[in-house]
Design a protein around this ligand. Structure first.
Ligand code: PDD
Length: 288
């Protein structure tokens, strides 16, 4: 058994659904050897995928940015993910999908001719954030962002993100807030939002952050509840003095950060903008 997975759930590998214990790939897979692949994480509520079009569009952007041709269309990817969700009967599911450049002799150059990509999917249950997280929030520490300059690609080469998460856990907090050259980028696996004087701020969607699917969604919710939004460079000082700080990702949805670098944010309580966005988020999910 695999640590943390004590069932033999059905997964998808290269065209078939099969038990996890039977899903095997070669040690020469370029995902294993080089981290040469990309992934997606798609949440589904009561069997309904959330923002699937946007997730598939980002998947196809990642594939195109690493020049990985799969021959699959957006419709093909959507059908695959829906099939995975339909086969799982969790209340809330997230699908992890990974595509690598396939199996070939170890050589940095892409295989020529190209080989079949490895396509893997696993569905797992997730709990929507508990009252504890919604009310007590998360604690974070600052960290220099030392990752590469293509953070916009949802690459499986996540060593920088893994070490960032570990940096936080060693300091007994939930996550890091990373800064590059003094400006906010993101957490180890989530986007960060800041409120200053009633305005919601987020870093610009460039190569220095992964554009979360929640990014566009929160922007829409901010408009809906009447909170002005601006994407711009945000300095470390602005984060230190923020009225509110928030965290978004597929499974954590939106959560308040109530302590950063040992200092309470908004008196250690979720702030008013968080509450508005959280309520609007819940309403959308409940109406799915
Ligand atoms: N992580 N930034 C990074 C570096 C991320 O890894 C993620 C998501 C996000 C938020 O993206 P989204 O809103 O689409 O979840 C931002 C996923 C959940 C993961 O790696 O498991």
């Amino acid at each position: 058994m695999i640590q943390g997975i004590n069932d033999d759930r059905e997964v998808y590998l290269n065209g078939e659904f099969l038990p996890l214990s039977q899903a095997k790939i070669s040690v020469l897979d370029r995902g294993f050897i080089f981290g040469d692949g990309i992934y997606e994480v798609v949440p589904a509520y009561k069997g309904k995928p959330f923002r699937l079009d946007e997730h598939v569009a980002r998947l196809m952007r990642s594939l195109s940015k690493i020049k990985l041709e799969t021959g699959k269309t957006a419709e093909d990817w959507k059908a695959l993910m829906k099939a995975m969700i339909d086969r799982s009967d969790y209340e809330n599911t997230f699908v992890y999908l990974q595509v690598t450049r396939g199996v070939a002799k170890r050589d940095h150059a892409f295989p020529r001719p190209a080989v079949a990509p490895t396509i893997f999917m696993i569905a797992s249950p997730f709990d929507r954030p508990s009252e504890h997280y919604r009310e007590d929030g998360l604690r974070t520490v600052s960290m220099e962002d030392v990752r590469w300059l293509h953070c916009d690609i949802k690459s499986v080469s996540l060593l920088g993100n893994v070490l960032a998460k570990e940096y936080a856990l060693e300091r007994e907090v939930d996550d890091v807030i990373q800064f590059r050259d003094g400006y906010l980028s993101e957490a180890s696996s989530a986007n960060i939002w800041v409120v200053k004087g009633g305005k919601l701020l987020a870093p610009v969607r460039d190569n220095l952050i992964l554009e979360g699917i929640r990014y566009g969604f929160i922007e829409e919710l901010a408009k809906k509840v009447g909170v002005p939004f601006e994407a711009r460079k945000i300095s470390k000082e602005e984060v230190a003095q923020a009225d509110e700080i928030m965290f978004t990702s597929a499974t954590k949805e939106i959560l308040p950060i109530t302590e950063h670098d040992g200092k309470a944010v908004n008196g250690g309580k979720p702030g008013p903008v968080y509450r508005q966005l959280r309520q609007a988020y819940d309403e959308v999910i409940e109406q799915l």
